[in-house]
Each structure stands twice: as C-alpha cells, then as structure tokens.
Design a protein around this ligand. Structure first.
Ligand SMILES: Nc1ncnc2c1ncn2[C@@H]1O[C@H](COP(=O)(O)OP(=O)(O)O)[C@@H](O)[C@H]1O
Ligand SMILES: N[C@@H](CCC(=O)OP(=O)(O)O)C(=O)O
Length: 371
C-alpha cells in the first residue's frame, strides 16, 4: 500500500507519453490515471504535470517532424493541449475524479503576488478534491518567459504546493553515469545525496525528437528540490505501477535524497531559487563561498570577486564559487554598476562613501537559496 497522507507531484515527459507512431498513448495515460486513483484511495493528494501538447498537436496536424519555428510549435501545442487534458479528464471522470487544467507561464511565478496566486489556485483545487493537470501555457509563452522544460515547471509546482515527493517519469529508468542512448554499457546511479559537479556533468541532452530538456534539466530540477528538502525520483514512466512503487519507497530509478537534517526552505527562498529569472552572476572568493556553503552566511561585498550581467538592486542573480560553479541564487542588494564599485570593499568603507543606509550585504542570507 502506498504511504498515506502525502502530497505527490509527478511530471511525465513527451517522449514517454507518445507511442512509436508519435500519437498520444491513451493506454499509457489510462494506466497513469489508474495509479493516480490508487494513490488517492490510499489517502494521498496528487498533482500531474504533463508535457505532450506539442507532440500531440504535431501528430493531429500531420506534421512529420518537430517544427522549428515558434508560431507552428505554438499552434501544435494549442491543438495538442485540448487533446492532452481531455485524455486525462476522460479516464479520471470514468473513475469519479475531476481534473482541473492549470496552464502556467514563467510570468505567473516570477512576480511574488502571481506566485502566491498560483499557489492558492492549486491548493484550492486539491482541497476541492480535483486533480490539477499542469502544463506550460505554450501558446502564449514567449522566449524569455518559458520554463524551457517541464522538469523545472514540475519542481516549481512541487515547491508551490509543498509536495512531499516529486517524481519525474521519463523514457529512461533514471540517471546513468553516461547517456545510455550513446553508451549502452553505462550503469544506473540509484541514489544521489548531493548534486555536485560530478553528478551534473554526466547528465546530457535528450536523444529523442519529442523530449526537450534531456537528463540535464531533470538533474537541475532535482538540485532545486534537494535545496527545498523535497525528495525527487527520476524513473521509467512505463514501468508498471511505477508511481505506487516510488511512493512506497521501493528502489526504483534514481532517488535524490535531501540530507536528513534538511529544513524545508522558507517559501520566499524557494521562489528565489526556482522561479529564477536570473539577471546576472556574482562570483565569490574562496572565503565567502565557504561561509555561504558552511553556514548560510550573508554575502558581503568584500567577498565578491567578479560581476557579470546587468541587474538592478532587488533582482535575482546566480552566485558562483571561484571555479564558476553555481552554489546559490539570491536577491542582490546592489545594481551591477554599484556592485562593480563596492566589490572587495568592507561595509565600513562603503558606508563612508555611500552612507550607512546604502552599505548592505551583496545578498542577505534571508534572500539566498544555497544550492
Ligand atoms: N546520464 C544520463 N542518464 C540517462 N539519460 C540521459 C543521460 N544523459 C542524457 N540522457 C538522455 O535524456 C533522455 C531523457 O530526457 P528527455 O528525452 O528530455 O525525456 P522526457 O521527455 O521524459 O523529458 C534519455 O532518454 C537520454 O537520451
Ligand atoms: N510544454 C511542452 C513540453 C515541454 C517539455 O518540457 O517537454 P519534455 O522534455 O518532454 O518534458 C508540451 O506540452 O509540449
């Protein structure tokens, strides 16, 4: 029996949802819905994040390859989204369960009020007993406001609703030490407790004409989830009973296990880290990077060694160590121009030039998500 009383978000990718002919695989969708119903019967709440709109529309419109222009891709997603939601709705309806379509763009989560509004809607849908079926609103998303891939959308939704578990269903049974489509001898990594460079570097792009993000976007999403204290599993979607087995804690796919003492980050920090429209980068020296990673200290201008991009105070920037590796993301206290002036300086010195009120941390610890 699946452990009860949990909130489970799962994401299913395009390459898993279509059959060999490239059509929506309704038999597979039926099996997913049966598992959703079983999880709910055991007392869990479930949110579905489903890709597949563009793939389904491409099939319906008779296009043999993935369109390369935005307008055709968006037209495919428009035609496909109705078929996709209806495929879930029909099966769930037969089983006495309502589903609610939720289409989000990044614009709907980068703004704090919009983020909270999306959270309220999803929470209310769950309270009312419906299953939210979420996808990106592809027909209106424009380049700078796309999630890019649904792995991150699923992570944001997991953070929004405060999920206990995030499951990423793919066409491969987890993260391998190398892309198994390229290297058939590669072996599966069953568990990850820290997403460091050795893990990120093995995850490559998609080899399918339907998938977009590949394994690298799944690992990025899992890294965000680790920081949020939400366990994440990447696994083969077509394995029978896969959602039930993962929910029961069976050894399936690759499980990203946050450290036992991980405290779920406050909502605002998660928003900073995951909603991520990032405007630039600040690179830290060894000492500042160690202080951030060791005890989540605020970043002071004295520890900033390099500044990249153009940003205003209050925008989100990436934080990297001297090797250029991403270690966090946070709301910056200075514009990029001012940051270039104050980097390397102590707060007392900055106060002398700019005044006491302007001498602030480069990123305050309350507005920093350590990744
Ligand atoms: N290290 C890796 N382990 C597993 N799969 C990998 C790895 N690197 C790249 N991949 C590729 O990522 C694909 C899964 O991503 P993708 O095609 O985007 O699927 P989805 O549609 O489920 O999002 C795999 O089928 C494989 O080709
Ligand atoms: N929103 C798009 C899917 C984007 C996406 O991330 O696809 P995938 O890599 O298959 O999960 C669609 O529904 O076609």
């Amino acid at each position: 029996m699946a452990a009860a009383g949990r909130l489970i978000v799962f994401k299913v990718g395009s390459s898993t949802l279509v059959d060999e002919a490239g059509s929506l695989d309704r038999v597979f969708i039926r099996s997913l819905c049966d598992q959703v119903v079983a999880l709910r019967a055991a007392g869990n709440q479930v949110v579905v994040v489903s890709s597949g709109a563009a793939a389904a529309g491409r099939d319906a419109l008779g296009l043999s390859s993935r369109p390369s222009d935005m307008a055709t891709l968006q037209a495919c997603a428009s035609v496909g989204q109705t078929a996709l939601t209806e495929a879930y709705a029909e099966v769930l309806r037969e089983r006495g369960v309502l589903c609610g379509q939720v289409l989000l763009t990044r614009r709907d989560v980068v703004d704090r009020d919009a983020y909270l509004n999306a959270r309220n809607t999803l929470t209310r849908l769950l309270e009312l007993g419906a299953v939210p079926v979420v996808n990106e609103n592809d027909t209106v998303s424009v380049a700078e406001f796309t999630f890019g891939d649904n792995d991150m959308l699923g992570a944001i939704v997991s953070a929004l609703v405060g999920a206990d578990l995030y499951i990423i269903l793919s066409d491969v049974d987890g993260l391998y030490i190398a892309n198994p489509s390229v290297d058939p001898t590669a072996t599966l990594i069953p568990e990850v407790t820290q997403v460091d460079r050795s893990i990120s570097s093995v995850a490559g792009d998609s080899s399918s004409s339907f998938g977009t993000g590949g394994m690298s976007s799944k690992v990025r999403a899992a890294r965000g989830m680790m920081a949020a204290g939400i366990p994440t599993v990447i696994c083969e979607g077509r394995r029978p009973r896969v959602l039930l087995d993962v929910a029961e804690g069976k050894s399936v796919g690759t499980r990203f296990r946050p450290p036992a003492d991980a405290t779920p980050e406050a909502g605002r920090k998660l928003w900073i880290g995951l909603a991520e429209v990032v405007h630039g980068t600040i690179e830290l020296d060894e000492g500042a990077a160690a202080a951030v990673l060791g005890h989540g200290a605020s970043i002071l201008p004295v520890g900033v060694s390099r500044v990249e991009g153009t940003f205003e105070a209050g925008e989100v920037v990436n934080v990297t160590n001297p090797a250029g590796e991403l270690i966090g993301r946070g709301v910056v206290g200075y514009s990029s121009d001012d940051m270039l002036r104050v980097r390397g300086l102590k707060l007392e010195v900055i106060a002398r030039f700019l005044g006491e009120a302007a001498a602030v941390p480069a990123v305050h610890r309350d507005e920093l998500l350590v990744l």
